[in-house]
Design a protein. Structure first.
Length: 74
């Protein structure tokens, strides 16, 4: 995908919910490339989910439906 898009787009950036992959590069035709930009979910959360639900799942070792954490404005 990256080689196909080089020279056609300015940047190609992927994401994942955990850690960054350190493979940033500038391709021959000027496209910026980064496979994994790292966490993109809400800051005040557990991988994008409400903290209280994640903690309940951990402590009680029972199934509780994960719920998305709304973005908080600063």
């Amino acid at each position: 995908m990256a080689w196909h898009l080089d020279g056609r787009v300015s940047a190609l950036i992927g994401t994942h919910t955990h850690i960054q992959t350190a493979d940033a590069a500038i391709f021959p035709n000027g496209m910026a490339y980064l496979t994994d930009a790292g966490m993109t979910g809400p800051y005040d959360s557990v991988v994008g989910m409400r903290k209280d639900v994640a903690i309940k799942r951990l402590l009680l070792q029972t199934a509780h439906k994960f719920e998305w954490q709304a973005m908080m404005s600063k």
